[in-house]
Design a protein around this ligand. Sequence first.
Ligand SMILES: [Zn+2]
Length: 121
Amino acid sequence: MTATPIARLGIHGARVIVHRTSDTKQWSAWFLDDPQETAAAPNAADAVWQLLQSCGIDLGAAHILPDRDKCSSEKGHFEMVVLPLKIPCPDCKGSGTYVGLSVIEECRRCRGTKTISRTSL
Ligand SMILES: [Zn+2]
């Protein structure tokens, strides 16, 4: 089973590092847990967007939370957590169905959509 791009973020989100390389003055972005895949752009925001797009993550499905303690434009270093706006429904564990003793019906919490929005937790 391959994970959907947004599932790659995990329920608690994935940390993205954005760093300005001193020699090229380009910004590079990568996931802390997977430094193999990087994206580069002339500015930090574009680098993050390119990284997410290269992973197939829809920007409309993610929330980017800057980690202000780790952000410094002086040092050319930013860190942020990219959170999925929707997470697998905890009631049906993302199956979309409720399995009772004698019935199998649509999960009432997510109404069969398998995900719920993070804010409804
Ligand atoms: Zn459900």
